[in-house]
Unconditional design. Structure first.
Length: 262
């Protein structure tokens, strides 16, 4: 048992060390290197933006709209007992912008793009295409990871903003169809009164870090794959599981941090 615990601990430390090294290199090639003359692969970046952001819009809109509707129904079920049905507006607005909007967007992007990143790079690693890039003098982090990271950092706040709006519209749909009988205009004004800027900004900050976690974990699983085609499948599965765990962990840390700050 002690041997297994020690072995697992060493594997975890090795994984975190490799992931942190890749993260620092990815941030360097994405944020710092362009100001030092490094070429930005704009065509690949725009392609990744379309894959990560535009293609994900329908499912993000649908799921967050339904989440807002569910939150409103569940909140109204309890608030109606106390004659405080109007507090459903505050509940939906704050919950969506602070937590559910960024978190649901991240989980959707993990399922769509995080797994795709891992599968793409893992296939290239198994077929020795990554080694060929190194042989040609190209940095795999710059060539493969940097466009994905730049696209994710741009598109995640955009997707989160749209997700927040759709979640609020889901709550507005319930308010219009329920005994509240509130129209869209009054509902949006009440939501604006309930929200403060830090609710929205905190969600957008989370979305940036979520995007960083998704790209780094997915690409790291691809770069470190072993075992041929079966390893590609294991790498893709591990990328999804680890990314979801990382996103939830980061969300907990940020929520505690913002709570301490008041």
């Amino acid at each position: 048992m002690l041997t297994r615990i020690g072995t697992d601990a060493l594997r975890l430390l090795d994984y975190l060390g490799g992931l942190s090294r890749q993260t620092s290199r990815g941030l360097y090639w994405t944020v710092v290197a362009p100001f030092r003359g490094a070429r930005v692969r704009w065509r690949s970046t725009i392609h990744q933006m379309a894959a990560v952001g535009v293609s994900a819009l329908p499912v993000v809109c649908l799921i967050t709209f339904l989440m807002g509707l569910i939150m409103a129904i569940q909140g109204a079920y309890e608030m109606r007992k106390f004659g405080a049905l109007h507090y459903v507006i505050d509940l939906v607005g704050v919950s969506i912008t602070r937590e559910l909007g960024p978190l649901m967007t991240a989980i959707i992007v993990i399922g769509r793009s995080g797994s795709a990143f891992a599968a793409e790079i893992a296939s290239m690693t198994v077929n020795e295409e990554v080694d060929a890039l190194v042989t040609m003098g190209l940095n795999p982090v710059h060539f493969l990871l940097s466009p994905k990271l730049l696209a994710m950092l741009v598109m995640m706040p955009c997707l989160t903003t749209i997700a927040d709006l759709m979640g609020i519209l889901g709550g507005a749909t319930f308010a219009a169809l329920s005994e509240m009988g509130m129209g869209l205009g009054p509902y949006l004004r009440a939501t604006a009164d309930a929200l403060v800027m830090r609710d929205i900004v905190s969600g957008l900050i989370k979305s940036l870090v979520f995007g960083l976690v998704i790209v780094q974990v997915g690409c790291y699983q691809g770069f470190t794959v072993t075992g041929g085609p079966e390893g590609v499948g294991r790498s893709t599965t591990a990328a999804v599981v680890v990314s979801i765990f990382g996103v939830v962990l980061v969300d907990m840390v940020f929520t505690a941090f913002f709570y301490v700050l008041g």
